[in-house]
Design a protein around this ligand. Structure first.
Ligand SMILES: Cc1ncc(COP(=O)(O)O)c(C=O)c1O
Length: 413
């Protein structure tokens, strides 16, 4: 399947169109049984978006419950180690529950309440979206079931315990590679039979329209706050903005306010994909770098697939990046050239994980460690007055056991 011709950047600012397309990507590719649920959600979101009371409720929760705005922070020792550009960090790891995922989970729980839904389901990979959803569901008194691949339950065990502590049921998924793709399949299967009383809180800018738009809009607080804080603390916009791309939600939330404003056209936007252990199929999860347009989980976007169009196996050291697809808006940004995409390997991400612990006293998640690895390649090539802003989208408590196992640190084990 191929996407349509690439639109100019000026047109991409207004996407999605009313059919849910970002240029040639996105849309609604779902079984008949889900059409009503998706249409109901689109209508509820259209109304909520126009309702000042909804915006006020979300803003209050963002401030008082999530702890927003999250800080923008200069990283002096990383900057010195890079020996070039200034490195600034947007500290989404300091949001309640330790990652950006809570921005979307709270917003979608409010939508679920508006629609009168009585039950919440979610998929999770790294467990951060599962924790955020279990947390939001507990806050609003909604029962919650989270689907999680059995391999991810092993790698991200602390988050399984956190979800259960919040009262959620964590349902292990033993199909396929037992990771995020399989958990998403299980959640969609549940929703097909339960959508009358259940809302599915999807965790990234993926899935059928309107999910990619809704998740992007709830995450755009990251970019809006960053623009305001850069103007306030640095006196100008950053030169380059870097974020890791799994399904693409933290990057969308950071990039969208820059990409949608012509006043920010001079800011370079860079997404970093998981390069795994090599470039051969099955060794990485870099859908934009190595994939091709196809349909996965209800939308047309870049996907890792074999020559028959079957979704291919992928790999990343990071459970939150171990996914064969990517949000459709990223596919559009890639083709239009507004965002450029790079990839870094598992071992480069692990080295960056250790570096920021030692130099800044910050324990990052493995996901943003990928973005940092790229920043540490970029910074030495740029002058000292160049400002690189990186989205530090989650904290790494969940990854500690796995990182210690992989690095083989006898002294810390
Ligand atoms: C901390 C963190 N960052 C990034 C991601 C990747 O997701 P996305 O690309 O949607 O931000 C995850 C996914 O679980 C995550 O937990």
């Amino acid at each position: 399947m191929t996407a349509t011709a690439t639109p100019p950047i000026s047109q991409t600012r207004r996407f999605p169109d009313d059919r849910g397309y970002f240029g040639g990507y996105g849309g609604v590719f779902i079984p008949e049984t889900l059409h009503h649920a998706v249409a109901e959600l689109a209508e509820a979101y259209r109304e909520a978006r126009a309702d000042p009371a909804f915006a006020a409720q979300l803003a209050e929760l963002a401030r008082d419950y999530i702890g927003r705005p999250t800080p923008l922070q200069f990283a002096p020792r990383l900057t010195a180690a890079g020996g070039g550009a200034q490195i600034w960090l947007k500290r989404e790891d300091l949001a309640h529950t330790g990652a950006h995922k809570i921005n979307n989970a709270i917003g979608q729980c409010l939508l679920a309440l508006r629609m009168g839904k009585k039950r919440i389901i979610a998929e999770t990979g790294a467990g951060q979206h599962g924790v955020a959803t279990a947390t939001a569901a507990a806050k609003f008194g909604l029962p919650c079931e989270v689907f999680m691949g059995e391999e991810d339950m092993r790698r991200q065990r602390p988050n399984v315990l956190r979800m259960r502590m919040m009262g959620a049921t964590v349902t292990g998924v033993g199909d396929g590679s037992r990771t995020l793709k399989d958990a998403t399949n299980a959640a969609l299967r549940d929703w097909m039979g339960s959508s009358a009383d259940t809302h599915y809180i999807i965790g990234s800018v993926v899935g059928p329209h309107p999910f990619p738009m809704i998740v992007r809009d709830f995450q755009a607080v990251i970019g809006h706050e960053s623009i305001a804080a850069c103007r306030d603390q640095i006196g100008r916009l950053p030169d380059t903005v870097v974020a890791v791309v799994g399904g693409g939600s933290n990057a969308s939330g950071m990039f969208y306010p820059f990409a949608s404003d012509p006043g920010c056209d001079g800011v370079a936007l860079v997404g970093v994909e998981p390069g795994g252990t090599g470039t051969a199929p099955g060794q990485h999860a870099a859908a934009l770098t190595h994939g091709s347009p196809g349909v996965l989980h209800g939308a047309l976007s870049y996907v890792m697939q074999n020559s028959d169009g079957q979704t291919a196996d992928v790999h990343s050291v990071s459970a939150g990046l171990d996914y064969p697809g990517i949000g459709p808006e990223h596919s559009c940004w890639k083709d239009s050239g507004r965002v450029s995409y790079a990839s870094v390997t598992d071992s480069e991400a692990l080295a960056a994980f250790e570096l920021i612990c030692r130099l800044e006293g910050i324990l990052p998640a493995l996901e943003p460690s990928h973005a940092l690895a790229h920043v540490m390649k970029l910074a030495p090539t740029l002058p000292a007055d160049h400002v690189v802003l990186m989205n530090l989208c989650g904290r790494g408590d969940k990854d500690l056991d796995e990182v210690i196992r992989l690095l083989g640190h006898a002294e810390t084990a």
